[in-house]
Design a protein around this ligand. Structure first.
Ligand SMILES: [Zn+2]
Length: 214
């Protein structure tokens, strides 16, 4: 990271977020993607905050800070661990449901070693694959609901660490303009596909923080 002032600001954000980090590095992501992001890498002992060069290139400094604060909040709130715990917890009933569907369609008896037994196994595998596909599609809204609640929590924590609601508002306005995104997609789209809150919702959260502060 060639900008020592920004590096110091990022490390200060990490300290206030309660995330241990030793230094700030830049990932030359622009060779692979236009997406802008930041993450924390490494285990305890030597941890780096890594910023995509696209983030530094395409966003003003105050917006870089709030993006970093948001990613740090995911770390301090342990969202990856919580997310995989949720995933594992949902996988158990999902698996039981697949098992039940297969049993409902083909019975629970053991398959014989003959031709008919072989056909039965193939049929069961096909039914299991179809059931798993339907169940995972049907449960996507639940996973997305969990994801949105994590994102909201990270947004709020980031606001209280960065104390810069104006930068958050500018960030989301800019993202909508740049990607020609829809600031306020229909409820059904949000329900089925929304891994993040809608831009308008995120801006509203920043306004709530700003108004609560004054
Ligand atoms: Zn996030």
């Amino acid at each position: 990271m060639r900008d020592p002032a920004l590096s110091a600001e990022v490390l200060d954000l990490a300290r206030r977020s309660g995330v241990e980090a030793d230094d700030v590095k830049v990932n030359d992501a622009s060779t692979r993607t236009t997406a802008a992001n930041a993450y924390v890498s490494g285990l305890a002992g030597s941890r780096h905050i890594v910023l995509f060069d696209t983030l530094l290139r395409d966003f003003p400094r105050d917006q870089v800070r709030v993006v970093v604060a948001h990613e740090l909040a995911h770390v301090s709130e342990r969202h990856i661990l919580k997310g995989s715990t949720w995933g594992a917890a949902l996988a158990v009933p999902g698996f039981l449901l697949v098992f039940a569907v297969v049993g409902w369609r083909t019975g629970f008896g053991a398959a014989g070693r003959d031709r008919a037994g072989c056909d039965l196994v193939v049929r069961r595998l096909a039914i299991a694959a179809a059931a798993a596909t339907v169940i995972s599609a049907a449960s996507a809204p639940l996973g997305n609901w969990v994801s949105r609640s994590f994102e909201r929590e990270a947004d709020w924590t980031a606001l209280s660490v960065s104390r810069d609601p104006e930068a958050v508002i500018g960030l989301h306005q800019g993202l909508v303009e740049r990607s020609l995104g829809v600031p306020d997609p229909p409820a059904a789209i949000r329900f089925w596909f929304g891994t993040h809150p809608a831009a308008l919702e995120r801006i509203a959260l920043a306004l709530r923080y700003r108004d609560g502060e004054q």
